[in-house]
Design a protein around this ligand. Structure first.
Ligand code: T4K
Length: 368
């Protein structure tokens, strides 16, 4: 499979949740929730964190709590959630093209898309590749825009001793089962303005401000105590998990680097990666298409994924409104990318097999 959830030892988790049978306090910002929030602050080097049921609800809540209206400049090269959050909150996404190196939003494409209705930029740290945060901030400051990062893939990524959580006005993390760090389902927002905390806590709890007053039409997006407990346990092991992932990535690189037609993400200077995904772009020079490689792996019961294909702007629900022709780099990458299996306990022998299958696709395509 493309990934496999990291889990603590059964005994460790049981020990963590045992006290819930005494307190019977299962949700609504209980003891585990508070403890996990404080552990996260320390791990991510931030002062402000709010926890959520999942990353998507976290994104919707932060958009709502910031009171954004109008247009949001974002990327079509992402998971459905990023664009859906913008649209579901009544805003209009405006797609900028991506960088051919990091697959994150290309800052040189942002300014020409800004107009009087633009209120924010919502870039995505795709695969854990850090966006050009300095240039994005320069543009946002010049035009008075908010910056919210979709950092769903970027847990544990650091730049010059600063965590990915520290950039922009806010960053959303996903703690879904498929992520480097998971709380089963879960998410968080890290943010710079401390006044946002109360608002986020109210928005995720029906807009309730105290037992007798409800000030906003909020939803329900509170992380429960079992998920928070999973977070407490998994956080103890996340660095070790990333080190194991690093070994898998290094093995992939040994096999696949330098092959004609195989494009791998370069390491980013000054950035400590989290080894979240292993995307490979198969260009024309490779001799077999991405889809031929995908089929060859699937025939051997290996399940890579085409993250992110199709582009969001090509989804049935958006394609009448947007055109992927306007973001040619994103379209090019999306048509050629495959994310290969990657998780902490993936055996290096399996990585060897996967690479052998990938590389023999060329010989097979030659004989067709
Ligand atoms: N922004 C971005 C950029 C995102 O990538 C995401 C989520 C979000 C926002 C929203 O965050 P959340 O609201 O989800 O917290 C998966 C995940 O469901 C989704 O969280 C993730 N991005 C996306 C990239 O991938 P699927 O539909 O591809 O997942 P699924 O069920 O096919 O699982 C993939 C593989 O993971 C399986 O083949 C095996 C493994 N797996 C899966 C599950 C569910 C496990 O090992 N354990 C599990 O429990 O969307």
């Amino acid at each position: 499979m493309v990934t496999r959830s990291s889990m603590p030892d059964f005994e460790e988790y049981i020990q963590e949740i045992a006290c819930l049978w005494e307190t019977h306090w299962l949700t609504n910002m209980g003891e585990k929730h508070q403890r996990f929030e404080s552990d996260l602050k320390q791990y991510l080097h931030v002062d402000n964190v709010a926890l959520f049921t999942n990353g998507h609800n976290a994104l919707e809540c932060v958009i709502e709590a910031m009171g954004l209206k109008g247009k949001v400049i974002t990327t079509p090269y992402t998971f459905a959630s990023t664009t859906h959050a913008i649209v579901r909150k009544g805003l209009t996404p405006v797609f900028a093209d991506i960088s051919p190196e990091t697959y994150t939003i290309d800052p040189s494409k942002i300014e020409s898309l800004i107009d009087d209705e633009t209120c924010a930029i919502l870039p995505v740290h795709v695969y854990g590749n850090l966006c050009d945060v300095d240039e994005i901030q320069r543009i946002a400051d010049k035009h008075g825009l908010k910056v919210i990062y979709d950092a769903a893939h970027a847990f544990g990524v650091m730049r010059d001793e600063k965590s990915a959580a520290c950039f922009g006005d806010a960053s959303m993390f996903s703690f879904h089962a498929t992520k480097v760090f998971n709380t089963i389902e879960g998410g968080a927002v890290c943010f710079s303005d401390p006044d946002l905390l109360e608002l986020l806590n109210q928005w995720k709890n029906f807009g309730i401000t105290d037992t007798e007053s409800v000030e906003y039409v909020g939803g329900n997006a509170k992380m429960n105590e079992f998920c928070a407990s999973m977070g407490i346990c998994n956080l103890r092991h996340v660095d070790e998990e990333m080190m194991k992932r690093q070994k898998v990535v290094e093995r992939y690189r040994e096999h696949l680097s330098g092959h004609e037609g195989i494009k791998l993400c370069a390491e980013q200077p000054g950035v400590k990666p989290n080894y979240a995904y292993f995307p490979v772009v198969f260009t024309e020079e490779f001799g077999a298409t991405r889809d031929q490689v995908y089929e060859a792996l699937m025939r051997k019961n290996i399940h890579p994924r085409k993250y992110f294909y199709p582009l969001v702007s090509d989804f049935e629900c958006y394609r009448d409104v947007f055109s992927s022709d306007k973001t040619p780099v994103a379209k090019y990458v999306s048509d050629r990318v495959l994310t290969l299996p990657l998780y902490a306990d993936l055996s290096l022998d399996v990585v060897d097999d996967i690479c052998r299958i990938v590389l023999t696709c060329v010989q097979k395509a030659d004989t067709l």
